[in-house]
Design a binder for this molecule. Structure first.
Ligand SMILES: Nc1ncnc2c1ncn2[C@@H]1O[C@H](COP(=O)(O)OP(=O)(O)O)[C@@H](O)[C@H]1O
Ligand SMILES: [Mg+2]
Length: 310
């Protein structure tokens, strides 16, 4: 028998040799990837291109980056985006306080030139996530989370970093990447990202999973929930997603609901259990009314009961 290619996986900084490797590796750390997720992740590790992961909230975008870092044995460096995020918080900034102290500590006779040379050295630099990621000795996984919350100016700056893997600091010169990170950008799709950014990236659209896939995810997170209840839960969730809601429940809500049902000791999801726990999966006033009316009734009639028992 020849050595299995997955032997390589046991080492900490591995390069996966197939899509199956990645799929198995992600599963081993508790993330159940769909086919395209495993494929794109594999390509990202081999081609060294950033991945743009887009999709509704709560479908496993952030978790994918965490899982990849665990599986590949790489540190996770995370840049959480928000409105108004700027270079100082994303790339680097000068540690003004420390610089001031340094200037004050100098004997008054020291010339400005000497002090200046000193205070614009690496010691006075505060590295923010993007710089940390490219300056790291060991290759990391860089998560740029919720990029759609920033503006296009920020995107342009990011493009530069992602294409050159270097950062220019006027006072210090160029900082070039020591290692190349695996980069994941996530977006909840609240605005259209620029074509330039998309061109640079591999693209992964993560959507709500199929019933079978979600059942597997829910069972992984809540092994204590009876399988029959878990299945019914996922079927109800899918039914709720089918309604025209302001905010359909995500995988995160399915898992929360499953955990709550375990705590409550529920061994079925009937109308009464459903109505009592509805606010775990639906969080808008108008949605609550709609769901209670449309789904609650069905649970009463036992329509779902037949589905689960086959
Ligand atoms: N494929 C998956 N396998 C295991 N857990 C998952 C999967 N997809 C989502 N989850 C779980 O769903 C929850 C929400 O995922 P998260 O990554 O925070 O969503 P997003 O970043 O897309 O808003 C997390 O608790 C995560 O563990
Ligand atoms: Mg997220």
């Amino acid at each position: 028998m020849s050595a299995s290619p997955s032997d390589a996986l046991s080492s900490t900084t591995s390069v996966p040799s197939s899509v199956q490797d990645v799929s198995a590796g992600l599963r081993a750390v508790g993330y159940l990837p769909g086919e395209s997720t495993a494929l794109v992740s594999y390509l990202a590790t081999r081609l060294g291109k950033p991945v743009l992961v887009e999709g509704p909230a709560g479908v496993g975008k952030t978790e994918l980056a965490k899982a990849l870092s665990k599986y590949l044995g790489r540190e996770l460096v995370r840049l959480q985006c928000y409105e108004g995020l700027d270079e100082a918080k994303a790339l680097y900034e000068w540690n003004y306080r420390k610089q001031l102290l340094r200037i004050q500590a100098e004997a008054s006779g020291t010339g400005w030139d000497a002090v200046q040379e000193d205070i614009f050295g690496e010691e006075f630099l505060l590295a923010r996530p993007l710089m940390t990621a490219i300056a790291s000795e060991q290759p990391v996984v860089l998560l740029i989370d919720e990029i759609d919350k920033t503006d296009q100016e920020f995107e342009a700056m990011l493009l530069e970093v992602l294409s050159d893997f270097q950062i220019s600091i006027p006072e210090l010169g160029r900082i070039e990447a020591r290692t190349h990170p695996i980069v994941l950008l996530t977006s909840n799709n609240t605005r259209e990202l620029t074509e330039a950014l998309k061109r640079r990236c591999l693209y992964l659209w993560l959507d709500y999973p199929s019933v079978e896939h979600e059942l597997e995810i829910v069972r992984l997170h809540t092994p204590d929930l009876q399988e029959s209840v878990a299945r019914r839960l996922v079927e109800v969730i899918h039914m709720v997603r089918g309604l025209d809601l302001k905010k359909p429940p995500s995988i995160a809500e399915s898992i929360d609901w499953a955990r709550a049902l375990v705590l409550l000791g529920a061994d079925d999801i009937d109308r009464s259990v459903f109505e009592r726990t509805l606010s775990i999966i639906v969080k808008h006033r108008t949605d609550l009314d709609l769901v209670a009316e449309r789904v609650g009734v069905k649970l009463d009639g036992g329509i779902l009961g037949r589905v689960g028992s086959g």
